[in-house]
Design a protein around this ligand. Structure first.
Ligand SMILES: Nc1ncnc2c1ncn2[C@@H]1O[C@H](COP(=O)(O)OP(=O)(O)O)[C@@H](O)[C@H]1O
Ligand SMILES: [Mg+2]
Length: 261
């Protein structure tokens, strides 16, 4: 791999995210206003991995939705590659992997991955070869023609990951993507994701309530506090990779983070 060429080809701020003074209110059922996020400030360098960690209901998904441009905050703004998200026009370089795999049951794995490319004007043959390549990246090339019901939970997650990767995103946003998997499959997915990040140099922002997952994957863990959602702490994780959740240093950091949530 020619990393020197790759480094020159990609401007250094491609994939950088900045959240500036973001606050968000939602209307409650009785018509009153509920503040969900209060003055969120985050600087996420390009090609880094950031975990957003916090208890259920503290606004993690809302923050990710705001970063993705799906939800607009009442105050503050998000910059992507230095451009305010209102003016940012390259959303195809931002992928969002939801908590559920959202696979279409009537489509094969290959056709589910291809789906992400159908909005563009790409030739069918080109779509197919890119979708196959994405399936190969997640180790599922042999299951291209399988339907979702024929796949295990881990394999379905891989298909969803392939669908997120097929547009070659600079930024990958993930909302508790592996929370429904058993511990062993989840650990495999962590390895896969880190391998792919090494290869593709994406910025990854993922939401989790799993402290071990945050410590094993992230360069920085952003710990949120609830009501209203705010940033309690940002903890850099300087441990060497690959990390093992059962190792003393990792476990100690996880313990420390648990005391913060
Ligand atoms: N569209 C919405 N309308 C009203 N309230 C919402 C909406 N989305 C989320 N909320 C509320 O905002 C708070 C934070 O939700 P969410 O961001 O989903 O938290 P988390 O992902 O950390 O569990 C919760 O109290 C939730 O009920
Ligand atoms: Mg959530």
């Amino acid at each position: 791999m020619n990393t020197a060429v790759a480094a020159h080809a990609v401007p250094t701020d491609t994939g950088a995210i900045a959240v500036r003074g973001v606050s968000k209110w939602f209307k409650s059922t009785d018509g009153s206003s509920l503040q969900v996020l209060a003055d969120i400030n985050l600087t996420i360098p390009a090609r880094s991995i950031v975990a957003i960690l916090g208890a259920s209901g503290c606004g993690k998904s809302t923050l990710l939705n705001i970063i993705s441009g799906l939800v607009t905050p009442e105050q503050g703004e998000v910059l992507i590659n230095g451009t305010p998200s209102r003016q940012f026009n390259d959303w195809r370089s931002v992928s969002y992997m939801f908590q559920e795999d959202r696979l279409l049951p009537w489509r094969t794995a290959l056709h589910n991955v291809e789906f992400a490319l159908e909005a563009g004007s790409m030739l069918h043959s080109e779509r197919q070869s890119r979708a196959r390549e994405a399936l190969r990246l997640v180790g599922l090339e042999a299951f291209a023609d399988a339907f979702p019901y024929q796949l295990s939970g881990g394999m379905r997650s891989r298909v969803a990951l392939a669908r997120s990767l097929v547009l070659e995103p600079c930024i990958l946003l993930m909302d508790e993507p592996f929370s429904r998997l058993d511990a062993m499959t989840r650990a495999q997915m962590h390895e896969e994701l880190l391998r792919i990040q090494q290869l593709k140099h994406m910025t990854i922002v993922f939401v989790t309530h799993d402290v071990e997952e945050a410590v094993v994957l992230a360069d920085t863990v952003v710990v949120m506090a609830p009501r209203p959602g705010r940033i309690r702490d940002q903890v850099p994780i300087a441990l060497a990779r690959p990390r093992d959740a059962t190792e003393a240093a990792t476990a100690q950091l996880a313990h420390q983070l648990k005391s913060l949530i």
